[in-house]
Design a protein around this ligand. Structure first.
Ligand code: PEP
Ligand code: MN
Length: 283
């Protein structure tokens, strides 16, 4: 692993636990599930998401407000207005939120609203952004680059940790290959390897890996069986109307059903799921 010093394991039992809130920790006995749309689109959309997921149980909400789109003509995200929607849902439903940071200039603003900062695949080797996020005071969700090797991924995490932020969660989200049938190839081998190499929590995003909603439930269960510390899954109140990544968005009932199916798999590999009933925090 090149010269990684801080993120590699010194012994097999070493494990970092990243706290998202007083109640939610990633990397411990319990697997953590993040759910939400690719893109924050409206307050009504996020209300629908949070109210169905709150008791699912899903422990954290995802939703992009600064979106890395392939086309410059595609919707680029709601920006600050989207952050305000996330903050409102976060407070009213008592659920932590994660959202993507695309630029150094966004770190301060997003840190004021979100519990966790996502570095997207397209920025996994944006070294200046990694250094700056290393100085942020929030946990980081670092997604694997579209074609990044395991070593490059580990070294990207080393950038963040060596610049001062130890709270990094790795996310395997599929890698590019030759077959267009799936959007990417979910690399569960990398999940197993990363768990052996690093003490950082590793979660799986089956949505961006598969690109097709009908593949996501089985891949989610497979990921937990392979030792992943959690899942981040895209879902939407009206999946076909999603402004981005519609083909991979689960309906909310399908998301709830999937989440309930994780429990026996987690238990089979010595893990648990969160079952607490969250208390509503009223504004
Ligand atoms: C996302 O999480 O919506 C996203 C853009 O993911 P990735 O960076 O893995 O493509
Ligand atoms: Mn997406």
């Amino acid at each position: 692993m090149l010269d990684a010093k801080l993120v590699t394991k010194s012994d097999a039992t070493q494990q970092t636990i990243v706290h998202l809130s007083n109640q939610v920790a990633i990397g411990g006995q319990k697997v953590v599930i993040f759910g939400g749309p690719c893109t924050v689109e409206s307050m009504a959309q996020m209300e629908a998401v949070a109210s169905s997921l709150q008791t699912a149980p899903v422990q954290a909400i995802r939703g992009g407000v600064y979106k890395p789109r392939t086309s410059p003509y595609a919707f680029q995200g709601m920006g600050l207005e989207g952050l305000e929607i996330l903050a409102s849902v976060r407070q009213r439903y008592g659920m932590p939120v994660v959202t993507e940071v695309m630029a150094i200039s966004q770190i301060e603003e997003i840190s004021a609203y979100a519990d966790m900062l996502q570095i997207g695949s397209r920025n996994m080797q944006n070294f200046d952004l990694l250094k700056a996020i290393g100085q942020a005071n929030k946990p980081v969700l670092l997604k694997r680059g579209l074609s990044a090797t395991i070593e490059e991924f580990v070294m990207a995490a080393e950038y963040v940790v060596s610049h001062g932020n130890p709270n990094v969660v790795l996310c395997e989200r599929g890698i590019r290959s030759f077959d267009p049938y799936t959007r990417n190839v979910l690399d569960l081998g990398a999940v197993v390897a990363l768990k052996q190499i690093t003490h950082l929590p590793v979660i799986v995003d089956p949505s961006h890996a598969a690109g097709k909603r009908e593949l996501i439930a089985d891949l989610s269960r497979g990921a937990i069986a392979c030792g992943a510390d959690g899942l981040i899954i895209e879902c939407h109140p009206e999946p076909e109307k999603s402004v981005s990544d519609a083909r991979q968005a689960l309906s909310l009932p399908d998301m709830v059903q999937l989440v309930h199916s994780i429990k026996p798999v987690a238990e089979a590999v010595g893990r648990q799921v969160y079952e607490f009933q969250r208390q509503l925090v009223v504004a």
